[in-house]
Every structure is written in C-alpha cells, then in structure tokens.
Design a protein around this ligand. Structure first.
Ligand SMILES: Cc1cc2nc3c(=O)[nH]c(=O)nc-3n(C[C@H](O)[C@H](O)[C@H](O)COP(=O)(O)O)c2cc1C
Length: 217
C-alpha cells in the first residue's frame, strides 16, 4: 500500500504516525499550576535528546489552539518532573489524561501521593519507580498545529532502591509500560540480549578544526 503524505489530513497523519512510531515510552509529567496544584498528564511523544547534560524532550500539542496545562505550567514555573510508571500504575496514568481545569489536581483526584522536589519546587509522584526533576531548557514549535517540543535538563534522578546498579536499570524489575496506537498500551515482552558492539565513546567530541582566518595577518 502506498500512502502519499500530502494527501492526508492532519488527523489521518496523526493516526498513522502514532501507530508507526511504536512502542513509545511515556513521560508522566507532574507540573505546578498557578494555584499551587500538582498537574499530572501522560505524554508519549517523549525521548531523551542528550546525555551531557541529560536532556529530555517531549512534544506537547494544543487543545482548541490553547496550550495544555502542562505546557503553560512548564513555561511559567521553569521546572517539571518526568515520572515513569510501571504496570501497576497504568490505570492511573491513563485516567490522568482526562481534561480538567487548571485548578483541579489530577494527582489529588486520582489519590496519588506526591513528594516534594529536592532541586525544584515541583513535587514528584511517590508511587513512581523513577522520577526525574527537570529544569526547563528550551521550547521549539514544529508544524502547523501549534505543537511544541519542550526540552528539560534533568537535575535529579530518583530511582527506586533495587532498580539500578552502577547506573544500569533492571528493566525487567521496572516493568515499564509503553503506548501504541490509540488508547492502547503494551508491556515488556521477552528481552533478547545480543553481543556488545564496540562503539566510539559518544561524549568525546572531535577537536574543532583550527580557525584559518585567525592566522591571517
Ligand atoms: C498515554 C498517553 C500519551 C499521550 N501523549 C501525548 C503527547 O505526547 N502529547 C500531547 O500533547 N498529548 C498527549 N496525550 C494527551 C494528554 O495527556 C492530554 O491532552 C492531557 O489532558 C493534557 O493534560 P494537561 O492539560 O493537564 O497538560 C497523551 C495521552 C495519553 C493517554
């Protein structure tokens, strides 16, 4: 089947892409609203974009042209928390996508306890096996829908005891959930381990070439 992208409506393209770019990890973002309420919502257009410094990226769309609470809170407060849910938290994660006015805390509504941040004012979810306290880094708009790619720098990683050894996460013990197309999720299937392939260390930058113009008299 051939599908010419320019023939598709934005809705069709969304449906197609969100079924193709799978499985997606989910950033379960807690942010602080102007009423001091902890806002909570899931975002699966999520990845990390740098390890030095540690930068996470999340694509946040609009509702009826307006910024979502999470986007507004991040821009106002300049910090947020990316929580990672395990399978036991899937129902709460899904339900937290329900739209509520900014003065309503989804965390409170769902009976999820929060813990004060260490480096930032935004609290994290007590039940989450992993939470990352982030400082706002940048925001870049993409496309015609008003969607914006938010980048945050991780200041503190909170990892439940026993889940990491020497910075290596025990993924099986984490039991992460991911999103596939529509209101559908998947959990970890069998893990297949392969030989390690030698790679040039990522964080070593090639030296800058000498600036020839500087040598000119
Ligand atoms: C699993 C899941 C993943 C989602 N991923 C995104 C996403 O990547 N970007 C986005 O804008 N909305 C996404 N949504 C929708 C938001 O969670 C939803 O619009 C939510 O109401 C936003 O809440 P807020 O206004 O409190 O920020 C997702 C919803 C679900 C259930």
């Amino acid at each position: 089947m051939r599908i010419d992208a320019p023939e598709l409506t934005p809705q069709q393209t969304y449906k197609l892409l969100s079924g193709i770019v799978v499985p997606r990890p989910i950033a379960w973002i807690s942010s602080l609203g102007s009423h001091g309420k902890v806002n909570l919502a899931p975002f699966s257009c999520f990845t990390f974009v740098s390890n030095a410094p540690p930068l996470l990226g999340i694509n946040i769309g609009r509702k009826a042209g307006e910024r979502k609470d999470t986007a507004r809170n991040i821009l106002a407060q300049r910090h947020f928390v990316v929580n990672i849910a395990d399978e036991t938290l899937l129902d709460a994660l899904h339900d937290s996508a329900e739209e509520h006015p900014p003065e309503i805390s989804e965390a409170e509504l769902l009976g999820l306890d929060t813990v004060p941040g260490v480096a930032i004012d935004t609290p994290r979810l007590a039940a989450a096996p992993i939470s990352m306290e982030c400082r706002f880094h940048s925001v870049t708009p993409y496309g015609d829908t008003g969607a914006e790619f938010f980048v945050g720098e991780v200041l503190v990683f909170h990892v439940r005891d026993g889940l990491a050894r020497d910075c290596k996460i025990d993924t099986e013990a984490l039991r992460p959930v991911c999103r596939i197309g529509g209101p559908n999720y998947a959990s970890l299937g069998p893990i297949v381990s392969k030989r390690v392939i030698r790679q040039t260390p990522k964080s070593v930058m090639a030296p800058e070439p000498p600036d020839a113009s500087r040598d000119q008299p």
